[in-house]
Design a binder for this molecule. Structure first.
Ligand SMILES: *Cc1c(COP(=O)(O)O)cnc(C)c1O
Length: 383
């Protein structure tokens, strides 16, 4: 062992990509300007939506989106118990209450049934998460909320390129929010984007991403003339600088080619894990999966030992994710005892993710699979 070192993730940016950033230095605007506008046009076209807004993270973007929806103290927002903490943290940050619901045990996705069990007259929004790259059925969720004044915010941090029944994110929701964090499928280190078809919400959003100001820096100095700005609502500071936005266009235009590579890698893993005591997630009909992460599930009593053995073999792995209501902050603030979200907790106690990234070589993947064969399966064999 130890003949190879396979990281959990290796980004694909090259030193030549610095030229993209250098071009921004030739312009007077380092913060949100022409580069952001160009990427917003590219993203609007990709998703066939009327508006896109670049943000400096999914998290800050989601806070701005919640503020644009006037969600705050006294309001409830339904979130899945099985997700990354950011999904519920943003609800806390605006002073509203995240109401956790369990997820489907096989897909780890929210469905209309799980959502409806938690709706009260305080429910203002729901944040379905397209876990690992498989989209929730947002159209059905929208239909199930018909006649109720409940907004849908899609958490697209795991997907840019996914589809359900040939539809991309953004079509049936109020906002869909992407992350361009360092390990996501499209990245500029830190960043994100929000798409919407709702003109009224978009007009609020462009204020809530920037303090609540009525005009951004580039617009305030349009045609060399200073123009006063106003402030009608409270905002945060979520705008993306052009320095980072410049890294995105080539990644977005080649995204489908990179998906193909991850699909092939995922298929190899599928073949191996399907014949083992290790569980993988179910993929529904009509899904194009963006293959952001490759999570597996082992009997929880062995999970930490599997993580340890992979570490010993120099293979990067991580846990996506322990169920959010089991973490101290939520446990103590909401008095969860454990057992309330059985599917999320069971998955969260046994899951770990194995390396999957576009630059992963066949040799590297074979080494991961061999390590499972030789070192991990014998641990699991007894049950
Ligand atoms: C990464 C991630 C986020 C947060 O994205 P940031 O851009 O880092 O704020 C939110 N939700 C999910 C499901 C994520 O994986």
């Amino acid at each position: 062992m130890g003949e190879m070192d396979v990281p959990f993730y290796r980004h694909s940016l090259k030193s030549s990509d610095a030229d993209l950033v250098a071009n921004v230095f030739a312009s007077p605007i380092l913060t949100s300007g022409a580069q952001c506008k160009a990427v917003e046009a590219q993203i609007s076209e990709y998703f066939s939506v009327s508006h896109a807004k670049m943000v400096n993270s999914w998290t800050n973007g989601a806070v701005a989106a919640l503020l644009a929806l006037d969600i705050g103290p006294g309001d409830e927002v339904i979130v899945p118990a099985q997700t990354f903490i950011a999904t519920s943290n943003v609800v806390e940050l605006v002073g509203a209450k995240p109401v956790f619901v369990d997820v489907d045990p096989e897909t780890l996705l929210l469905t209309p049934e799980y959502i409806s069990s938690a709706i009260t007259d305080k429910t203002k929004a729901v944040i379905p998460v397209h876990m690992y790259g498989q989209m929730c059925d947002i159209k059905s969720i929208r239909e199930s909320l018909k006649g109720k004044n409940i907004a849908i915010i899609e958490d697209c941090a795991h997907t840019f390129e996914a589809k359900i029944n040939n539809e991309r994110p953004g079509k049936h929701s109020d906002f869909a929010i992407f992350s361009f964090y360092a390990t996501k499928n499209v990245t500029c280190g830190e960043g994100g984007a929000i798409i919407t078809n709702d003109e009224n919400l978009y007009q609020k959003l462009i204020q809530t991403v920037l303090h609540g100001m009525s005009a951004g820096a580039a617009d305030r100095f349009e045609k060399g003339q200073y123009r006063h700005w106003g402030m009608d609502r409270l905002g945060t500071k979520a705008n993306l600088p052009d320095i980072l936005a410049a890294l995105l266009p080539p990644q977005i235009s080649t995204i489908d080619a990179r998906l193909k590579i991850r699909e092939d890698l995922a298929k190899n893993y599928d073949q191996f894990f399907e014949d083992s005591p290790i569980k993988i997630t179910k993929i529904n009909q009509g899904i194009v999966h963006s293959r952001h992460l490759y999570p597996i599930w082992v009997n929880p009593k062995h999970r930490d030992q599997v993580l340890f053995k992979l570490g010993e073999a120099q293979i990067g792995s991580t846990v996506n994710y322990r169920a959010v209501p089991t973490l101290n902050f939520y446990k103590s603030n909401y008095g969860f005892k454990g057992g309330e979200f059985a599917n999320s907790e069971n998955w969260g106690d046994g899951t770990l993710s194995v390396p999957l990234f576009p630059g992963m070589s066949e040799l590297e993947q074979n080494y991961v699979i061999e390590t499972f064969e030789k070192t991990i399966l014998p641990i699991l064999g007894s049950d």
